[in-house]
Design a protein around this ligand. Sequence first.
Ligand SMILES: NC(=O)c1ccc[n+]([C@@H]2O[C@H](COP(=O)([O-])OP(=O)(O)OC[C@H]3O[C@@H](n4cnc5c(N)ncnc54)[C@H](OP(=O)(O)O)[C@@H]3O)[C@@H](O)[C@H]2O)c1
Length: 387
Amino acid sequence: MKALSILGSTGSIGRNALDIVRRFPERFVVKALAAKRSVDLLAEQIREFLPEAAAVFDEGTARQLELLLPAACGTRVLYGEEGYKMVAAWEPAALTLTAMVGAAGLLPTLAAIESGKTIALANKETLVMAGSVVTARAAAQGVAILPVDSEHSAIFQCLQGQRREDAAQVLLTASGGPFLRRAREEFAAITPSEALRHPNWAMGAKITIDSATLMNKGLEVIEATWLFGIPQNMIRVVVHPQSIIHSMVAFRDGSVIAQLGVPDMKAAIAYALSYPERLALGQPLPAFSSGMRLTFDEPDLERFPCLGLAYEACRQGGTLPTVLNAANEVAVNFFLEERVAFTSIPMIVRRTMEAHVPVDHPGLEDILATDRWARKKASQLASSYGR
Ligand SMILES: NC(=O)c1ccc[n+]([C@@H]2O[C@H](COP(=O)([O-])OP(=O)(O)OC[C@H]3O[C@@H](n4cnc5c(N)ncnc54)[C@H](OP(=O)(O)O)[C@@H]3O)[C@@H](O)[C@H]2O)c1
């Protein structure tokens, strides 16, 4: 029986994870949950899974949540940064699933690491903004960071039983998102509702927009460098619109190992929760029949400049990935609120990066200060691009 703490339990990854717990009650027990403000769903989850603790964004939300809970449920309701950290490090939990969205995941993830939890990491922004700090603290605590992102889970699986020094290249696949074939001149008119319709994956709003700009793939390149301790020049992004191959590793003898499956996050989440075992999920296999086509292409950096910006941030390192991440979060929010155009997202990120003087080998305080600075700068820029 593995005890879990789930951060971001009301989101797409969190709900999928709870579905796995529901199906395997003899294997998992939920000890703590966290969300931002979705109190109705969180209350439902608490009534079903009876965690010892739950955290929400602020005190007002905590009071709303308490009103929705039966007096006898016994769940301790916490809130704010301290509440999230306590839930992340909740004592009986052995594994913390970090499925909050954005930079908000950083401090709770560090709290979970400090208390020795195994991390099932969905919250890629944490590694993008603070990869050096997070991986150093995990190494110092002897804590494993297991990938939940399907591409990184695939790479992790391809590397099982292999010698790391035999790996020559990581081939990170990208669906290309909803605008893979859209003409560049039409990008400025793209609306949030169009960008939120991903062809293959059902995900939260922020990552769906990141997939449409290809920033998501850029964030994943940076995430992969930290998760697997590999240099950026070993990673090649390959557009594979069917999302059947979740990623591949090429070895120095010319062999390529790929991990395949239907595009559904359940398998990657379950593997991180039950590693090294695999659960009988009953997932369908990809349709290996005459109609199956697996195609590959190069990413188009002209139409998708966010990917190039992420390459640049990764190459330069220091605090530049922190700036990339923060400016992107701000720009995506402005786009979702219909305050800037789709094409403004890379412009806001680029100009914020250009205005930054990177700090080499940043500590946590440098990273948090840079994150604050970049959010302010990007918001000013976004306001000036406003519709
Ligand atoms: N979805 C996928 O298929 C997928 C795949 C790979 C990686 N990921 C990564 O997994 C993470 C979660 O993605 P998602 O698609 O599940 O997102 P989502 O559906 O938007 O869910 C986000 C979760 O985080 C909570 N949250 C949002 N802002 C917060 C804040 N400031 N403080 C605390 N909690 C906050 C939300 O609570 P409320 O509901 O209360 O707002 C919700 O529970 C992201 O980092 C994403 O990049 C997702």
